[in-house]
Design a protein around this ligand. Sequence first.
Ligand code: PLP
Length: 442
Amino acid sequence: MKKTPLIKTGLPGPRAKKLIKLDKTYVSPSYTRVYPLVAEKAEGLWVYDVDGNVFLDFTAGIAVNATGHCHPQVVKAIQTQAGKLLHMSGTDFYYTPQILLAEKLTSLAPGKGKKRVYFGNSGAEAVEAAFKLARWHTKRELNIAFFGGFHGRTMGALSLTASKTVQKKYYNPFVPGITHIPYAYCYRCAYNLSYPQCELFCVRWVEDTLFRTTMPPEEVAAIFVEPIQGEGGYIVPPPEFHQEMHKIARKYGILYVADEVQSGMGRTGKMFAMEHFGVEADIFALAKGIASGLPLGAMISSAEIMNWEAGSHASTFGGNPLSCQAAMATIDLLEKKLMKNASEQGRRLMEGLCHLQKIYVCMGDVRGKGLMVGVELVKDRETKLPAADWRAQIIKKTFEKGLLLLGCGENSIRFCPALNVTSAEIDTCLSIFEEAVNQIVG
Ligand SMILES: Cc1ncc(COP(=O)(O)O)c(C=O)c1O
């Protein structure tokens, strides 16, 4: 029988209400909960709240539960490891899961030659490590990142982030030497040009203007870029964007750092999203989906680049044995079936949303790769006036109907379910989403 969401209380239900009251008393108010979901347990794509309501999860805990909630193979790997060794600190000691995972990740990362892996606990730590390694290796002080880019919230990563001012307000001064430039967000080109007639002006501008005026290229350590912008709005750049930007980086000895924290680990139908663009980045940052929900960040580069000395960077918990085993189980599942499923179901989701876009003019842009799909909502197709209020109302409405979605960018909705989503679950998501759009916007 087809499984559907089941909402049997008002939302939040009575137990959820009590817990949210406690949360508001004791937990940091810096978190951004957009609806009152209090999760109790979950399985596959289905989340059960503390009042017994059942939700279809198209957020995957912000693109983390790559293999679905509590995949038995992942749970078993964690349980087995938990009985053997919980922690020893890969910083000062050796243990098998970290070594074997490093070997596996280096075999998966694009690019020939010997590679190495640094382990941390999160996306921000993977980016932070990349930031430090780029400085250490090049001995250069300047860096380039992109408007709309999100790289995390520790001070180094936050200095690279240019997503929303609320994330940066009152935290100045940031790490100096970072210049933010426009991303290839063709739906809203910063230069008011159209692709492909623009001939990638946004890339040429770096060499023709930036490097000739304010930024000596020989002082630039790295370009930090998301293959597909995540928090910025699930923005897919034109196919040759990364290749052209990468060429400029090569020309001046600048490292190309691919932040694959959200787009990596099979989400787009390829293990690394950069593979869609045919670019072998110098450094890759991974986290989120890598361990299906256990905290893990990884930074991968060639052995030649990762030549820093003992003591130059480390983390007590980074590459924890449980997380490493969860990652090995995750990768096994991705390689055997789920990456292929991400491509296939991603196509179904995209086709469904493109069909709805023909009916609902508020769906200004539908874009994505694999199961990293975004819908940008606008008040009017011509003016493209952002419809942030409709976005918020639609997400709230789908929640009330038992579908979990999240926003991204100023006015977009992201669809990032687990990679083992089924056709039936895609169809359920599409029909609830349509009902919500219809009821909110008409
Ligand atoms: C592309 C990207 N980089 C870095 C991060 C930071 O990851 P974390 O929240 O695990 O520190 C995120 C989180 O959303 C991200 O999407």
